[in-house]
Design a protein around this ligand. Structure first.
Ligand SMILES: [Zn+2]
Length: 454
């Protein structure tokens, strides 16, 4: 199947030369970008007039908790900071089941896709007893949307009685976790370059997992060649926790459990000191930057300009829907832009720097060398917005900086994943949005009633 996007108004390629092309074409063949440039008369199964379109590489989300889509905007947790906020929410999350995960994944990834996202990394770490096959439910949702997904098998093994934060009802034993992690990898992980689904192992955080589980997860993941992920350096509370319980700072603790390296990325990474940032760069350990969540939970400002200067791999992420509370990477680029302008002034990343973070930076953080650029040999993942919309008047002159500087934030006019049109004029093409919304609202009612939240 060959699709030709012809005569594009502008292509912001995010390639190695930062090329911005005008009046050029993109040929997609069998899910991959076959050619980019002024291609002349070539044969294609489908030819799309792209003369009003600005094309961007598909956005890549590097950290999420999709199940939280059904516990967002809850009044009783809005004023809390991370540890109190988590403690209040664990009681709701103890009632998750397969329907909660399937529907919240559809809704959350559906929103992401409408705003240009083509790959989503999710960190699912709540597995209540008898809840069913939650990872299978998430892969099912991704497949029906047509989005590329990286689903991490998270875990919690350290409950309150052992000095951790979560209640007993949402933690599992190390044996259960490792057995289930192995099953998830063997059943679902596809390591190929253009894979639509991958598995990552992701013990939740230093304060909800034992040191043994971190170490054994790392060993298991590496024996299969899958990647690793966890939350790190999100708050000062976490730093105080590892200093008082482990006698060391969070990153030093990660080193002792072999949880560092170019196959690892951490969510947040706010409180690294100079030496630790250098260590991340030297080891190729990545960071998922989550500006909206970090501001909402009053956590802090990640040192993104320093990370970029040192060449630490950095991607962009929305984080879970309970701490954002949206799933929209256009909004995240804008938030990051403003947050760092306020903190760093002229040293702050530009709008284009943040677009690169959300595309090629995120691809690097997930170890996906064929995602994140509009260039030959890359996956045919892209989105388009029309330059002649009213909201674009005056803003269309600098396409590369648009999302940070202007804060353009409307559903995409087109989204392609693996060369297939998955969203057209802001409407998802593979699912019935109204039906999914109605089913999701019914499931939220069930979840909140079970948890006795009014
Ligand atoms: Zn998170």
């Amino acid at each position: 199947m060959k699709t030709l996007l012809q005569n594009a108004r502008c292509i912001v390629t995010c390639d190695d030369n930062d090329s911005i092309l005008r009046g050029a074409d993109v040929l997609m063949q069998d899910g991959v970008i076959a050619a980019v440039g002024k291609l002349g008369n070539i044969e294609a199964d489908e030819i799309v007039d792209a003369s009003r379109m600005i094309l961007y590489p598909g956005l890549i989300n590097t950290h999420h908790h999709l199940y939280q889509y059904f516990s967002r905007n809850l009044r009783h947790v809005q004023n809390l900071e991370l540890f109190d906020w988590l403690t209040a929410l664990y009681d709701i999350w103890a009632h998750l089941n397969e329907d909660t995960v399937r529907l919240s994944s559809l809704a959350g990834m559906g929103e992401l896709m409408k705003y240009g996202c083509t790959t989503c990394f999710d960190h699912h770490y709540v597995f209540p007893n008898g809840a069913g096959d939650l990872i299978a439910a998430q892969f099912e949702a991704a497949e029906s949307l047509g989005i590329r997904v990286v689903s991490s098998r998270g875990s919690m093994s350290l409950s309150r009685k052992d000095g951790g934060l979560p209640p007993d009802s949402v933690v599992q034993t190390m044996d259960e976790i490792l057995r289930d992690s192995r099953n998830a990898i063997e059943r679902y992980h596809d390591a190929s370059d253009y894979s639509m689904r991958q598995v990552v192992l992701a013990p939740c955080s230093p304060f909800s997992v034992t040191a043994d589980l971190m170490r054994e997860s790392a060993k298991l993941a590496r024996s299969y060649g899958v990647r690793l992920h966890t939350h790190l350096c999100e708050t000062m509370d976490e730093e105080r926790y590892t200093v008082s319980t482990r006698g060391m700072r969070p990153l030093a603790y990660m080193e002792t459990v072999d949880f560092v390296g170019s196959d690892v990325h951490y969510a947040h990474g706010i409180f690294f000191n100079d030496e630790e940032l250098k260590f991340l760069a030297d080891t190729g350990t990545g960071v998922a930057h989550c500006p909206c969540s970090n501001m909402k939970l009053s956590s802090g400002v990640a040192r993104i300009p320093d990370m970029l200067r040192l060449d630490v791999p950095v991607g962009l992420a929305v984080d879970g829907s309970a701490s954002n509370d949206a799933s929209n990477l256009m909004q995240e680029m804008r938030a990051a832009y403003l947050m760092h302008r306020l903190r760093y002034g002229a040293e702050a990343p530009t709008g284009y720097d943040l677009l690169k973070l959300a595309t090629r930076g995120s691809a690097q953080v997930l170890g996906r060398s064929k995602l994140g650029q509009i260039a030959p040999g890359f996956a045919a993942d892209m989105f388009a917005i029309r330059y002649d919309r009213l909201e674009m008047v005056g803003a269309e002159r600098d396409e590369a900086n648009l999302f940070g500087t202007v804060g353009y934030n409307q559903p995409a006019d087109a989204v392609w994943v693996a060369g297939k049109l998955t969203c057209k004029e802001g409407v998802l093409q593979n699912i019935d949005e109204d039906r999914t919304a109605a089913q999701s609202r019914a499931e939220i009612d069930r979840l909140l009633i079970s948890a006795a939240v009014s």
